[in-house]
Structures are given as C-alpha cells and as structure tokens.
Design a binder for this molecule. Structure first.
Ligand code: C5P
Length: 240
C-alpha cells in the first residue's frame, strides 16, 4: 500500500518558473509528485520538467495526448525520454492510439535503459456534462457513468496502467476493474477550502476510501500562505 504522503500529487499550475521553484522548495519533503499541465508546459517547455527532477521529485505530465496513433506514439517516446513518472492520453483517441502509445513508450524505455512511465487515460473530462455529450459531441449513450466505465475498460484492454477520473466515478471504475488499475483523481477539496471552479468535488479521505490511488490538488495548496502546512493537513485527512 502506498503511504498517503506519496499519493498526493500537487498541480504545479504556475505563471512563472520563479513561482515553480518557490513552491518546489516550500513543499520539499512533503510532496514527491508534481503535475505539469498544458499551461506551464506551453509556457516553459521541458525545462519545467527538469526543474522538478532537479529538486528530487517526480512528474505527472498531464498533456492528455489525443491525436493520430503514430503522432501520439512519437509524443510518448519523448515523454519517456523526459523521464516523467506518469503521463496521460485521452481515451477518446481510441484503442489503436492507446496501444501504439504504450508500445512506443515500452520500446523506448527498453532500448534506452529508461523506466517506462505509467500511462493513464482520461475517460471523460469532468467539465463534460450529459447535455454536452448528447447535444454537442453526439454521444448518445446510457449516461456519463456508463461511458466512463466503457472508456476505462477500453484503456484496460489497451493495457494502460489506469485512468484519470472524477471523484464521482472512482467507485464504479474500481468495482469494474479491480485492484492494480490506477485511478488518479482531481477535483479534491479538503474540509473548509474554496471550491474554485471545481463543481463535483470530494474530500481527500472519501476519494481514497472510494478507491483512488492518487489525488491531485492544486489551488488549496499552491495558493496557500503556507503550502507545506496545507499539504500536511490534506495528508492527515487522507490518512484519517
Ligand atoms: O486547483 P485544483 O485543485 O482545482 O487543480 C486541479 C488540477 O487538476 C488542475 O491542474 C486541473 O486542470 C486538473 N484537472 C481537473 N479536472 C480534470 C482533469 C484535470 O481539475 N478532470
């Protein structure tokens, strides 16, 4: 069982490298994994990944690759070469894309003597409502829960390591996929904190209880006056 401390991923959603460095130093010893999403990666490129590694921490590269299978395979090679701990693709890219991604990452890791990153699939973004699914995207399924279950099954069939899911769907995925299939969950808010733009939130303890392996928290930690204290409080809640 992974200790609570190692299951808390902090979203490094920052506007400057200086701010990234300040947070990495403030959270030294408390946090081991930092999530780098499309905004900081677009602004600073791979050097933000190197910065996290230089501080002795791991990276979850959250770029949600969604492109033709060969293009995603090439991106997967580069993510593997960056030495990230974890990265993700979008399950709506389909089975061939996910399979080629895994193959390319495994092959690169083996040939170049690297550790293969854990590869996750985003099922449905938490911002996607049933109305958007039906009326805009044109997916007329049996509902979000059923779609998430099906997309998680597709990721498992492609032999990916797990999924990124909203707190609402953790239980359904855990029940369907069993142990060993990673579930990473954003949208987590500790007791008494602001919701920000998150709508369907869960407390850290509930997310872990429902079966999440890792939880992702951004603003409640990175905007806190004392980020280390905020992180420690969440870790305590997770342990509880
Ligand atoms: O600040 P907050 O805790 O809301 O940050 C959560 C992080 O997780 C952000 O980087 C956000 O983009 C990301 N995320 C999310 N919901 C998803 C996927 C990713 O909140 N469905």
């Amino acid at each position: 069982m992974i200790p609570a401390r190692e299951r808390l991923i902090v979203a490094l959603d920052v506007d400057s490298e200086k701010e990234a460095e300040r947070l990495l130093d403030a959270l030294k010893g408390a946090i081991q994994i930092f999530k780098i999403g499309s905004q900081p990666f677009t602004a600073f490129g791979p050097k933000i990944v190197d910065l996290v590694h230089k501080k002795g921490c791991k990276v979850f590269l959250d770029l949600k690759y969604h492109d033709t299978p060969d293009t995603v395979a090439r991106a997967a090679r580069e993510a593997t070469r960056l030495g990230v701990f974890m990265f993700n693709v979008h399950s709506l890219g389909g089975m061939e894309m996910m399979k080629k991604c895994l193959e390319a990452s495994s092959e690169t890791a083996e040939k170049e003597g690297l550790q293969r990153p854990k590869i996750l699939a985003v099922t449905l973004l938490t911002s996607i409502t049933p109305e958007i699914l039906q009326n805009e995207i044109g997916i007329k399924g049996k509902g979000v829960e059923d779609d998430v279950r099906r997309l998680a099954a597709l990721a498992a069939e492609a032999h990916l390591d797990g999924v990124v899911s909203s707190p609402q769907e953790i239980r359904v995925i855990r029940e369907a996929r069993g142990k060993g299939f990673l579930i990473v969950t954003p949208g987590v808010r500790p007791a008494g904190s602001q919701m920000d733009d998150q709508k369907r939130i869960s407390a850290p303890k509930e997310a872990i209880k429902a079966g999440a392996d890792y939880i992702v928290v951004g603003r409640p930690i990175i905007m806190a006056k004392d980020p280390a204290k905020a992180a420690e409080e969440i870790i305590k809640e997770m342990e509880g």
